[in-house]
Design a protein around this ligand. Structure first.
Ligand code: PGA
Length: 256
């Protein structure tokens, strides 16, 4: 399996800045065989960047999209509009869940729409600090996983990526903490166990599971060596080209 390194730019960079970043990154980037490099710019930058990107070197992700293909949905962009423009879409990010009120039902519809439009969904799941402190982590993970995957058929399940992002470890959060590799290992094990119960051993083993939450060049190596972790979803550090490039080098080294 490849190692997935995904940069989530969130609401940062205008189209010009995004294009310059992409240009510089592609110039720096060797052709990584085992590392899938993905960046997720704002929706407005996706179309121009899709014309600029060298798809042999890296891929584009959307940060969000709407599950209906067209209609009276002011302000939305659909997966069908993004078909052919992006390869991936982040779905169910905690900022979508907690700032924009997306629940598992909405997440499930988006997962289905992504797969239907040949866009690989990256399903984000993770507990909040208070859920963790009440001992609810396992239940939350299970609910978000089952809820989010509800409308993905068995034959499409191999087209999905999971990202475990504990909400308390995301750097934009108040008093963000750093998740220890042991804490990550424990939840990733739980994710695979839940997948095994629903889809069987093969799916559970083959599903790429990424980790995200305050990842930077000094902790990336430790997270990438956690058993069962196949990649990273990176916010803040992906905005700094040198840091993102360092993390890619680390990923390459861990693989070899
Ligand atoms: P962070 O963000 O790396 O800045 O913590 C990760 C994310 O929200 O995907």
């Amino acid at each position: 399996m490849k190692t997935f390194i995904v940069g989530n730019w969130k609401l940062n960079f205008n189209v010009g800045e995004a294009s310059i970043y992409l240009h510089k990154l592609q110039k720096k980037l060797p052709n990584y065989r085992d590392v899938e490099v993905v960046v997720a710019p704002s929706t407005i930058a996706l179309q121009p960047l899709s014309l600029q990107i060298d798809r042999h070197k890296m891929k584009l992700a959307a940060q969000n999209a709407f599950y209906r293909d067209y209609g009276a949905f002011t302000g939305e962009t659909s997966f069908s509009q993004l078909r052919g423009v992006v390869d991936y879409c982040i779905i169910g990010h905690s900022e979508r869940r907690y700032i924009f009120g997306e629940d598992d039902k909405m997440v499930a519809k988006k997962m289905e729409a992504a797969v239907r439009n040949k866009i690989t969904p990256i399903l984000c799941i993770g507990e909040t600090e208070s859920e963790r402190s009440f001992g609810e982590t396992a239940d939350v993970i299970r609910d978000q996983l089952l809820g989010g995957l509800r409308d993905v058929s068995e034959e499409d399940i191999d087209k999905v990526l999971i990202a475990y992002e504990p909400v308390w470890a995301i750097s934009s959060g108040k008093n963000a903490k750093i998740a220890s590799p042991d804490e990550v290992a424990e939840v990733v094990k739980l994710i695979r166990k839940t997948l095994e119960e629903i889809y069987g051993e093969k799916v559970a083993e083959n599903m790429p599971v990424l980790f995200g939450g305050s990842v930077n060049p000094s902790n990336a190596g430790a997270y990438l060596t956690v058993p069962g972790v196949n990649g990273l979803l990176i916010g803040g550090a992906s905005l700094i080209l040198s840091e993102f490039a360092d993390i890619l080098e680390i990923a390459k080294r861990v693989r070899s």
